[in-house]
Every structure is written in structure tokens, then in C-alpha cells.
Design a protein around this ligand. Structure first.
Ligand code: ATP
Length: 306
């Protein structure tokens, strides 16, 4: 028995180490976008977040030299505030978040957090300070509780439940026969897009980063789910510096500033009411989306009545 328990202990240790390695990498998003060409300078200091102000200063960027994607982008997300980026597909919205995570570096201009150029600080410290709610959350083949705890391994049971409550996924979990121990992922219960997103929100609440990037799902959610998710997102972004990559305009109404990006430049900026009154690109995006939403809801009602 003694002989058998040693290798088992050893296996347990390896398992914990692998788990720890995964936490250090932090997120599937980080794994997927890791770029080996971006290296820390020798002796680079860690980021020190005080207030959490994010600034883009005349940022220019192209993936391939002949095709500029961002052509001089400047904006600030003041500490604790929310800035939303909207614009047509391919405008460069997600590219801004990739630059903030330093998966790529600007060709010109700079990005700072509390005055520190992110090109000069350690990447691990940068990524520890930013939480991401991605478009598509990857769930591990493990329990739903494990998938939430992934935000912070040392969280207590009570903290996991509180995060689930704030993300408005607690009642769903409690309705499952095995509750937090329900297996999910490829080999377990398949969650809907909205449920997966709420798991991601709960993870982020547990991680508790000062800066947040929300990359909204492009997929259409029904308006009830959308409202639930919106409430959860509002809670998680409260008091955190938040950059929203918005595909659904309903999320941006309360943003402190909305930037309309088109072909790599900011073509309009302001708050929701101001931009509507202006009757420009934002106003037409808004009315087009409302029509699409209304058509979708009408179709759904007709289907339900059948
Ligand atoms: P969407 O709303 O469809 O998500 P977006 O505004 O977020 O679009 P980005 O993902 O930032 O757009 O992409 C901007 C442009 O950069 C696109 O034309 C895209 O094809 C191009 N692009 C993105 N990633 C790469 C890459 N790794 N290499 C080359 N070009 C890329």
C-alpha cells in the first residue's frame, strides 16, 4: 500500500502543478494569442496599477506592412470608467484589445496604464491586471464549479457562489441535479452561449482585475438573456476601468464615451444621446440594429405562436 501511495501522491503533485501552470497562463484567450515575438526587456519592471487609467496615444498598427489597420488612435479610459468601441466588422476593434494585452506592439504611438508605457513592463504583470470576458469562452472538461474557480484557485466555496450570484448564473447552477459538481464541456453538459458568457463573468469577478476588456459575442441572444447578461456585465465593470468591444449597441448606452471606429480611424465620439442627436454613422448603426432586433423578435413570436 505504501508503495502504491507514493506514486499516487506524486501523480497528485503533478496534477496540481499542471493546474498551477494553467493558472499562470491564466486564460485560454492568452494561450490562443500568445505571440513569441513579443519579449520583455531585460530587467523590465512589473506594472504598478494605482488608479487604472488606460491611454492610447496616436497608436498606429498593421499586421502586414502594406495594410494599415489602426491609423492614429487616441483615447483615454479614465480610472473606473467605461469606454465602448463600435464600428463595422473589420474596423480594428479587437485589434485594440490585442494591443492592450501586448500580443502585438504598435508601429508608432504608445499605450499607457497609469502613465507606464506597456511596452516597457513585464507582460505577466500586465496580463494579471487585465480581466477579459471573451466572445467565446472555452470551458474545461470539469465541473461548472471548477470552471468558475479557474478565475482564482484559492477562492473559497462561498466566494465562488457569490461570484455566480453576481454573474446571475447561480439559479441555473442550483437547478442542475449535481449543482456546482455538474460536469460541463465537451464530455459534460453543453452550455448555451449566454450561460458560457456568464461563467466567464463569474470567473472575472473572482479574479477581480482593476482593468477589464469585454469582447461581446456577435451571436444574437434573445432579449431576456441579453438583459440578464447586461446586468451581470454592469456589476462586474462597476468601479473598474472597462473597454467594451461592442457588437450589440444595447451594451454601449451607458458607456461614458463611445468611439466609432471605421477603417482604422475614430470617425465619431461622444455619449449615446449626443451621437444619436448628431445623426451620423452611430445613429444609422443604431437604427439598423433596432430594425434587425425587432424583426428577430417578431419572427420568434410568430414561431412561438405556431
Ligand atoms: P469584428 O467586428 O468582425 O470582430 P474588428 O473590428 O474587431 O471586427 P479586427 O479583428 O480588429 O476587426 O481586424 C481588423 C482587420 O485586421 C481585419 O481586416 C482583419 O482581417 C485584419 N487582421 C486581424 N488579425 C490579423 C492577423 N493576425 N494578420 C493579418 N490581418 C489580421
Amino acid at each position: 500500500l505504501v508503495q502504491l501511495s507514493i506514486p499516487l501522491n506524486f501523480m497528485g503533485m503533478i496534477y496540481r502543478e499542471i493546474k498551477q501552470a494553467l493558472i499562470d497562463i491564466d486564460d485560454m484567450f492568452l494561450i490562443l494569442h500568445r505571440n513569441p515575438e513579443i519579449a520583455d526587456r531585460p530587467g523590465a519592471p512589473p506594472l504598478k496599477v494605482s488608479a487604472g487609467t488606460v491611454r492610447f496615444e496616436d497608436v498606429r498598427f498593421s499586421y502586414i506592412p502594406e495594410r494599415p489597420i489602426l491609423r492614429g488612435i487616441s483615447f483615454e479610459v479614465p480610472a473606473g470608467r467605461t469606454v465602448a468601441i463600435v464600428g463595422p466588422s473589420g474596423a480594428g476593434k479587437s485589434t485594440l484589445s490585442r494591443l492592450l494585452f501586448r500580443f502585438y506592439e504598435p508601429n508608432a504611438g504608445r499605450i499607457t496604464i497609469d502613465g507606464q508605457d506597456i511596452a516597457g513592463i513585464r507582460q505577466d504583470s500586465l496580463r494579471a491586471a487585465i480581466g477579459m470576458v471573451p466572445q467565446d469562452t472555452v470551458l474545461f472538461n470539469d465541473t461548472i464549479g471548477y470552471n468558475i474557480r479557474y478565475g482564482r484557485w484559492d477562492a473559497t466555496e462561498a466566494e465562488v457562489r457569490e461570484a455566480a450570484r453576481l454573474a446571475q448564473i447561480d439559479r441555473f447552477i442550483e437547478s442542475l441535479p449535481e449543482g456546482y459538481d455538474t460536469p460541463v464541456g465537451e464530455r459534460g453538459l453543453k452550455l448555451s452561449g449566454g450561460e458560457k458568457q456568464r461563467v466567464a463573468i463569474a470567473r472575472t469577478i473572482l479574479k477581480g482585475p482593476p482593468i477589464l476588456v469585454l469582447d461581446e459575442a456577435t451571436s444574437a441572444l434573445d432579449s431576456f438573456t441579453e438583459r440578464e447578461i447586461q446586468a451581470a456585465l454592469d456589476r462586474v465593470s462597476q468601479g473598474r476601468t472597462t473597454l467594451v468591444i461592442a457588437h450589440r449597441l444595447s451594451t454601449v448606452i451607458h458607456a461614458d464615451e463611445i468611439l466609432v471606429l471605421d477603417k482604422g480611424v475614430i470617425v465619431e465620439r461622444g455619449d449615446h444621446a449626443g451621437l444619436l442627436a448628431r445623426g451620423g454613422v452611430y445613429a444609422s448603426l443604431w437604427s439598423r440594429q433596432r430594425q434587425a432586433d425587432q424583426a428577430r423578435e417578431a419572427l420568434k413570436r410568430a414561431e412561438d405562436e405556431e
